[in-house]
Design a protein around this ligand. Sequence first.
Ligand code: CA
Length: 228
Amino acid sequence: MNKRVLIVEDEPDIVRGLTDALEFEGFDVVSKGFGKDGVRIMRERGADCVILDLMLPDINGYAVCEEIRAFNPLVPIIMLTARGEESDKIRGLDAGADDYVTKPFSVAELLARIKAMFRRLGRAAPVDEETFAIGSAVVDAKKHTLTRARKSWPLTFYEVELLKLLYERRATPVSRDEILEKIWGVDGRGHNRTVDNFIVKLRKMLEDDGKEPHHILTVYGHGYKLVP
Ligand code: CA
């Protein structure tokens, strides 16, 4: 059965471009111009992936994301954000989005990212254990949770994939470019902040003090190293 992608966006040109490209690749596409309609479609029919614009005529993308997350914690949600607003991106990730792309974006690139994501979703976990420990935290890759100090956080698709990759390569540095290529399916140019923004969020869960990390270390000019 074809994978279904839901687009929640009110700009007709973007919807048309994305729909054509996704249908050409064999996806079924449903699109809605209002946030509330997007939430309703997710409830009634579901989708395998959601592309969600931040600026919508009724409720904003963060609210849509939170509403969808309340009943569907795992569906991948990719948010379309305005250029250059790092705070928008972090807020989107905090609202439960898996990923974001910055407008104006290349349809080919977004498509590459979606295809890479589905490839990873379809593959058995390369980490043998379904759960693994990082410091005092326990990551459950199947349930998409991170538990530490009696608190539990839901993890999004990319957070799980990123933790798994860093854990597999623990104690050795992994470059941003490799992370982007392996997990996001894109080459590193122009995307350096993507990985960094995910690391910021993971450190909030893993570290006592996100500014003095002990488990996800920055390797300057290169990438990150996980120390369990
Ligand atoms: Ca819009």
